[in-house]
Structure formats: C-alpha cells, structure tokens
Design a protein around this ligand. Structure first.
Ligand code: ATP
Ligand code: MG
Length: 422
C-alpha cells in the first residue's frame, strides 16, 4: 500500500520538528497578539473561485473539487486566506474588535506535479492582520515572518517586496502591458502566451529567458502608481529599515492570486532549487467586501512548511523525547502491582515505557537497552515478595535494590537518579 501521489506521511521522527515549529510560532505570534484560528478544510468551491480568481493557476487547474452526496460543489482548500475571510464574515468577527490578528497552520491541497518542495497535500503556516489600512500592519506581518525564520535558525533567505498598486492602477497597467506584449506574442513562451489573455501580470513572473528579455522594455508597473500607493509602499520600506529587516525591491514581483493590492512580498532562498519561495503574501483590501463582508482592509502571508523544514531541519537541535525508565515485569502479582507505580511516575513526569510482553527478564532487558532509557525498573516475584524494586542502571550496568517505600520517596523528592547514573 502506498500513499496517494503527492502526499506523504509525517512519521514520529519528523513530527518532533513540526511540534517544535508549532510551539515556536505559537510563542512568537502570541507575543504580538495574533490568535490561532482553525477553519474547515472543506469549503464551497465558489469561495475559492470568487476569491482566488478564475485566471489563476490554482483555480484553473490545481483545485481538488468534488461533488458531495448532497450535490454540493465542494473543494479541499488550496490556501488559507479565502477561508479566513469567509470565517471573518460568517462569524462577524468585525463586531468584536476593530483589528483581528489571526494565524493558522494546516494542510492545503493543490493538484500539481509532485517534485521536491511541491506536494499535492502540503502545509501552510499563515498570518492575517485584518482591519487596518496602515503600512504599519504590512510591516508588522512581514516582521512576524522574519522573526519566525530567525527563531528557527534560518538565515539563507532574501525578502523581496513590491507594490502592485490598487485595482484601477493595475487595470490601466494591465491594458498597456497586454498591448506591448501582443506585439511579441509569438516570441513569448507558451505558458506566457496563454497568460496574455487570462492573467497578463503573471507573465512578469516568467522564468523563460526570451520572455524576460522581451519584458525589459515593457511598461513598468511603478510608473502607473499614484501618490497613495507610493506613499504606502515607501512607509512600509521605511519601517522595515527601522526594524533592521533587509529587503530588496523587486518590481517584477507579482502574486499568483487575484485579490492582492499595494504591497506584495516573497521570501526566497537559493537553497531549494526551482521551488525557491518559502513565503508569499501581500495586502488584500477588497477581498472581504468582495465576498459579501464589510469593507475591510487586510494583509497577510503564508509560509510553505515543507519547504521551510527542508531549510531549517539540519539547523534545529531537537531530540526525540527520552525515556527515563523502562519497565519490565514478570508474574501476575507484578503485572498487578505495576499500575500503582505507573500512577506515581506519571504524577512526577517521569517518562517510561512499559514492556507489554510476557517474555523473560533477559529479553525485556535487551529491549530496555535498545530503548536508551536511563534505567530499567524490574518487578518480578522476588521483588513483590520482599517489597522491593530492582533498578538496573543501563549506562553503567549497575543493579540497585531499593525498598519499595524508599523508591517512592526518591521519586517524590527527585533523588531516584544517583549522580553517576544520569
Ligand atoms: P509556487 O510559485 O512555488 O507554486 P505559489 O505562488 O503557488 O508558489 P502561494 O500560493 O503563495 O504559492 O503559497 C505560499 C507558499 O506555500 C509558497 O511560497 C510555498 O512555500 C508553499 N507552497 C505552495 N504550493 C505548494 C506545494 N504544492 N507544495 C509545497 N509547498 C507549496
Ligand atoms: Mg503554485
């Protein structure tokens, strides 16, 4: 049995990294008043069509959509922002407070060609700051992304930022860009030829060399930005400087989703080959209104966790949880008495592994050694009869016999482990 193409199991020796990332992120974001939100993985298909946009790769060819048994068109979410905007509206979060700082972490689904750093089920961590038009909000969310990367020991990245203007500015630009590119239509790469009609801005993103050359003399989006857009962008840049966050302005940076305006940004790395973007985000001031909510500006980003992990895994010093005591029992009486010991170990947070077999002490001790526990607690007929426990300290091989009551006392006052056994 194999998992579906483009999906992966995250096994226990890897979940420790996920848990570490979750805890780190929780700490950082809580400090800045971001609260975790969990929305359903299934949403109605129309939500994504209306928000992400019909001309985008996601909606055109990447959605996992199906008809459920009640004939509803539903989709496994391909990203988080649309669901959060929907949730913001359905739960009337705007009634509770002016600003909603939210974050999420969970699986996303896109039907793409699986390769390194690209899966069909992958995970995103994202933040959304909803309710502010201020460039301070853009700066704050970018700061959150950089802080998370820094805390996870990730240093090999570049932050790129751009302003893509408001809808009117972009529409005008799009028309001029289209006119310019139409002239070179036959020299564009095939993908860009397709985009020319449905989403010409995305052509700026093309990696094709000939297309890039054609773009050199193309109209430039910055020349279409009016003073409001420019001022917003300049302030974001200024505040990022105040935070000592390095960035590059990349005027070719556009985002693949329709709902962005003003600020667009990405965090890229040279270390992951062609899947080089770890974080993408921007401002989306019209999305919530467009989905039927009140006119509410917002800004946010999403980090691809699989790509992030590929970058930082080797830099994180995370140990598997250690077992303190391996527990070996023999005889009915011992298997009967062990439960009261287990309750005490649990009370004092001593990690243990209970041997569930009926095999000989010799075999159980072998497994104890393999478990890398500090000691093996041995409880057999002798121990029961004499009201003692035996502990074999696995590093030294020393065996210690302890009166049952002493054993309990030593757990209670944390003196079970004698110095040289630890
Ligand atoms: P790409 O250009 O790599 O397809 P994108 O623009 O489609 O990325 P976004 O929608 O901005 O990606 O998603 C934000 C982040 O989520 C990406 O930067 C990436 O790290 C991650 N991501 C997106 N799609 C996938 C995928 N199929 N597998 C793994 N990670 C992904
Ligand atoms: Mg994509």
């Amino acid at each position: 049995m194999q998992p579906l193409r483009g999906t992966r199991d995250i096994l226990p020796n890897e979940t420790i990294f996920w848990q570490y990332i979750y805890n780190t992120v929780l700490r950082i974001l809580t400090t800045s008043s971001y609260r975790e939100i969990r929305t359903p993985i299934l949403e109605s298909t129309s939500l994504f069509k209306r928000s992400i946009g019909n001309g985008t790769d996601i909606v055109n060819k990447e959605m996992y959509s199906l008809i459920d048994q009640g004939n509803r068109e539903i989709t496994l979410r391909p990203e988080g922002t649309a669901s959060i905007a929907r949730s913001f509206i359905s739960n009337k979060l705007y009634q509770e407070s002016q600003i909603n700082r939210l974050w999420y972490l969970g699986p996303m689904f896109r039907y793409e060609r699986p390769q390194s750093g690209r899966q069909r089920q992958f995970h995103q961590l994202g933040v959304e700051c909803i309710g502010s038009i201020s460039p301070m909000a853009d700066t704050e969310v970018i700061h959150m992304a950089i802080k998370i990367l820094t805390q996870l020991n990730c240093k090999d990245y570049q932050l790129e930022i751009n302003s893509i203007g408001d809808l009117a500015e972009r529409n005008k630009y799009e028309t001029d860009l289209k006119d310019y590119l139409k002239y070179y239509n036959r020299d564009l790469d095939i993908e860009s030829q397709k985009r020319l009609e449905i989403n010409p801005l995305r052509i700026l993103d093309s990696k094709n060399l000939q297309t890039q050359e054609i773009l050199i003399k193309a109209p430039r989006l910055q020349n279409y930005l009016k003073s409001d857009s420019m001022q917003h962008f300049n302030l974001v840049c200024k505040y990022l400087n105040n935070l000592n966050i390095n960035f590059q302005i990349n005027n070719m940076l556009v985002r693949g989703l329709d709902y962005y305006n003003y600020t667009a940004f990405e965090v890229k790395t040279h270390l992951l080959g062609s899947q080089d973007t770890i974080c993408g985000g921007g401002r989306y001031d019209s999305l919530i209104q467009q989905l039927g909510g009140p006119n509410t500006p917002a800004v946010g980003w999403a980090i691809g966790l699989e790509r992030l992990l590929m970058l930082v895994k080797s830099k994180l010093d995370i140990d598997c949880p250690k077992i303190d005591l391996y527990i070996a029992t023999q005889s009915l009486a011992a298997k009967d008495k062990i439960w009261s010991i287990i309750l005490i170990l649990e009370k004092y947070n001593i990690n243990f592994e209970l041997d569930l077999s009926d095999s000989s002490f010799q075999k159980q001790l072998k497994r104890a050694n393999k478990s890398k526990a500090i000691g093996c607690l041995i409880l057999g007929e002798d121990e029961i009869q004499n009201n003692i426990v035996t502990i074999k300290w696995l590093v030294t091989g020393d065996q210690e016999i302890i009166e049952y009551n002493d054993f309990i006392k030593r757990i209670e006052n944390n003196t079970l482990y004698i110095q040289n056994h630890k």
